[in-house]
Design a protein around this ligand. Structure first.
Ligand code: ADE
Ligand code: ZN
Length: 336
């Protein structure tokens, strides 16, 4: 038995970068297509998996938006969320901060309320059944306009008690954070936390903009920040959490192979890096797969793995007392 793999499986972990719609497994795409009488451009589950061969982020997004067409009813969103929480529980994930893409649903005529009701019902059920706590972060789709983002923020107003923050997702290149400065300021005025994808494919400048213009509380990906030494120093000084997604980076060709993934370098710089799945149904692995494959490829130490697990709670939006409790649990597991 591999002791490090065993430790990874036993450690309590938080997931801070997961697109709920990216946890839609091919089997569920098929089941929901049948249940809802939706035509999909695939003949079989194998056919779907075979199509998941991406050269970049846009290749993936094209199929991601097709996949989510099968989500039609509140029960569909409930089933999707429960399946993700069940799978995460199996990996000893104790807390999740889940991204949703409301515009991916409202843009196809599914009401904001339908999406929220299905997901929040599952979040309550997941906490009861598995003890997993969860928060929701709604992402603006950056390939759409600022006006559409404002419209989405307006639709969210009746649900603000169920939404922790806003994020920025979808096609990065050509859609810099500055495009959403005003809507992020409006979200801040509503008391919402702010996170943004930056430096996944986009340049270090996009990370600067996310910090300076969007005033983010957490940075999603951030790989390309390593190209700018002063930026790295700033991220370390500010104790900014980076939600890193190794298997996603591999499948979207952000890195050539896991052996050259920057996660170990991030930790060595003192960055508060975390490990996350991004879109596990599309990228071939949930939480423990991401940890184990990256640990093996980069030669992560026991201390590295413990730091990553601790960072996931330190970077969460949980109250400090809850963070402290999870950190103590990690220490207990690590010394058992
Ligand atoms: N939406 C879902 N997954 C994403 C990713 N990795 N980057 C940007 N937008 C996304
Ligand atoms: Zn993402």
């Amino acid at each position: 038995m591999n002791d490090l793999h065993d430790l990874i499986r036993r450690l309590p972990k938080a997931e801070l970068h997961l697109h709920l719609e990216g946890s839609l497994e091919p089997e569920m795409i098929f089941d929901l297509a049948r249940r809802n009488n939706i035509d999909i451009p695939y003949a079989s589950v194998e056919d779907i998996r075979a199509a998941y061969d991406f050269s970049n982020l846009q290749d993936f997004l094209d199929l991601y938006y097709i996949g989510m067409n099968v989500l039609q009813t509140e029960d569909d969103l409930y089933d999707l969320t429960m399946a993700y929480l069940r799978r995460s529980n199996a990996d000893n994930v104790r807390h999740v901060e889940v991204f949703i893409d409301p515009q991916g649903h409202t843009g196809r005529g599914i009401a904001f309320e339908t999406v929220m009701n299905g997901i929040t019902r599952a979040m309550a059920e997941g906490e009861k059944e598995f003890g997993i706590t969860s928060k929701l972060i709604m992402c603006f789709l950056r390939h759409l306009s600022e006006a559409e983002a404002f419209e989405t923020l307006e639709q969210a107003k009746p649900f603000l008690h169920q939404i922790e923050g806003v994020g920025l997702a979808s096609s990065e290149l050509g859609h810099p954070p500055s495009k959403f400065q005003r809507v992020f300021a409006a979200a801040a005025d509503l008391g919402l936390k702010r996170v943004a994808h930056a430096g996944e494919e986009g340049p270090p400048d996009y990370v600067h903009e996310a910090l300076d213009l969007l005033k983010i509380d957490r940075l999603d990906h951030g790989n390309r920040a390593l190209e700018d030494a002063a930026l790295v120093d700033r991220l370390v000084a500010e104790q900014m959490t980076l939600t890193v997604c190794p298997l996603s980076n591999l499948r979207l060709c952000v890195v050539d192979n896991l052996e050259s993934h920057p996660l170990k370098r991030m930790l060595d710089h003192g960055l508060r890096a975390t490990v996350n799945t991004d879109d596990p149904a599309y990228f071939g692995g949930y939480m423990n797969d991401n940890y184990i494959r990256t640990a093996d490829a980069l030669g992560l130490t026991r201390e590295d793995v413990i730091t990553l697990a601790k960072n996931s709670f330190r970077g969460s939006f949980l109250p400090q007392a809850d963070i402290d409790r999870h950190l103590a649990e990690i220490d207990a597991v690590a010394s058992a």
